[in-house]
Design a protein around this ligand. Structure first.
Ligand code: SF4
Ligand code: SF4
Length: 105
């Protein structure tokens, strides 16, 4: 089973607070749009499509924003989804934004 791209998982994901993304203008722009959608109650799963959400890369694969800094430290190992789904056992096990989605198991 892969990781669901769901509102529940988007909320749990720590990518939005991760140092790898924090300086990215592209990520900031997507976050701003997400906030606008949320404020207008448009945060349905359809509106929150993978290209709009700069996170849950373990589910959706590599980041579309290219101005991220993968030399910084990944936060996935602190994430509840990572723990629940035992993502440390797969390859890739972290830095999904750079390495692609978590393997199905
Ligand atoms: S996958 Fe890991 S490195 Fe990439 S943004 Fe998320 S927490 Fe940070
Ligand atoms: S494991 Fe990493 S990419 Fe997946 S939801 Fe958690 S913080 Fe986001």
């Amino acid at each position: 089973m892969g990781i669901d791209f769901s509102m529940q998982n988007i909320k749990k994901c720590l990518c939005m607070k991760c140092a790898v993304q924090i300086e990215s203008q592209c990520v900031k722009y997507k976050q701003k749009l997400m906030l606008l959608m949320k404020n207008q109650d448009l945060d349905s799963p359809m509106m929150m499509s993978p290209d709009r959400v700069p996170g849950v890369y373990c589910s959706t694969g590599k980041a579309l924003c290219k101005d991220i800094d993968t030399k910084k430290v990944c936060k996935c190992n602190e994430c509840p989804i990572w723990k629940e789904k035992e993502l440390e056992k797969g390859t890739p096990s972290r830095y999904f934004c750079e390495n692609g989605k978590a393997p199905k198991h």
